[in-house]
Design a protein around this ligand. Structure first.
Ligand SMILES: Nc1ncnc2c1ncn2[C@@H]1O[C@H](COP(=O)(O)OP(=O)(O)OP(=O)(O)O)[C@@H](O)[C@H]1O
Length: 222
């Protein structure tokens, strides 16, 4: 696949802590092609989660540019930019966290349904997506009645069902035991390749990072 889906140019962010400016993202430049997978690694505190927050507009950089599908975002945090980022998170960017972020009052299938409706994908077969991620038989259960691995599979079904161009995953298997983590990771990479969406995955887990096409080490960046 060619072209660029995500382009990050000279991105900078510092936090202010106890009156001190603490640089976290330093002059970072990289790009991701459609369908590509990139692992973001680095020691604890190197800025992996912060970078993912920047890539979906939950954090505003001090300077630099993030371009998604040729639409550029800088350090503006006005209402129009905030609304546009929210739209991208609804339709184009799927976000997966360490803990499955499911609505506790909805069954797994209704969680997926809510996500596809928010994305405007009204013709998706939500049960099929749960089946594809290996939890079809849990579709009518509520999040507090399934295991951590099953909940994370449902969270993945939720983002894949919205047909995103880009998935941002922050330690998506970090709360699971090794065996379950490997199984969930296998499903994640299989469906990512099958659907052709790009993946940026932050992780401490070198085995998981090795499954990605490329690795960006934030400990070495800057
Ligand atoms: N809202 C905030 N205000 C101030 N400092 C912050 C804030 N968020 C993160 N930081 C600091 O920024 C640095 C990067 O944090 P971040 O969570 O991005 O690192 P990480 O690489 O994801 O770490 P870990 O691997 O432990 O999850 C840390 O030093 C953290 O303390």
């Amino acid at each position: 696949m060619s072209g660029t889906l995500l382009a990050v140019e000279r991105l900078n962010l510092a936090f202010v802590s106890a009156g001190q400016r603490v640089p976290v993202i330093n002059n970072l430049t990289f790009s991701v092609a459609p369908g590509e997978s990139l692992a973001v690694v680095g020691r604890s505190g190197s800025g992996k989660s912060t970078l993912l927050n920047l890539l979906c507009g939950l954090q505003t950089p001090d300077d630099g540019v993030i371009a998604i599908d040729n639409e550029s975002f800088g350090n503006a945090s006005d209402a129009v930019s905030i609304a546009r980022w929210a739209e991208l998170r609804r339709q184009l960017i799927g976000v997966v966290f360490q803990q499955a972020n499911l609505m506790p009052a909805l069954s797994l299938v209704d969680n997926v349904r809510l996500r596809t409706h928010l994305a405007g994908r009204h013709k998706q077969d939500e049960r099929w997506w749960l089946q594809r991620l290996g939890v079809g038989d849990q579709a009518d259960r509520y999040p507090d009645r399934v295991s951590g691995g099953q909940a994370q599979r449902a969270a993945l079904a939720m983002v894949f069902a919205m047909s995103p161009s880009l998935i941002l995953a922050d330690e998506p298997t970090g709360s699971l035991d090794r065996h379950t983590a490997d199984e969930v990771a296998e499903s994640l990479f299989n469906v990512q390749v099958e659907t052709g969406c790009a993946l940026v995955l932050a992780t401490h887990d070198s085995e998981l990072a090795a499954c990605c096409g490329r690795v960006l080490d934030l400990s070495a960046a800057g």
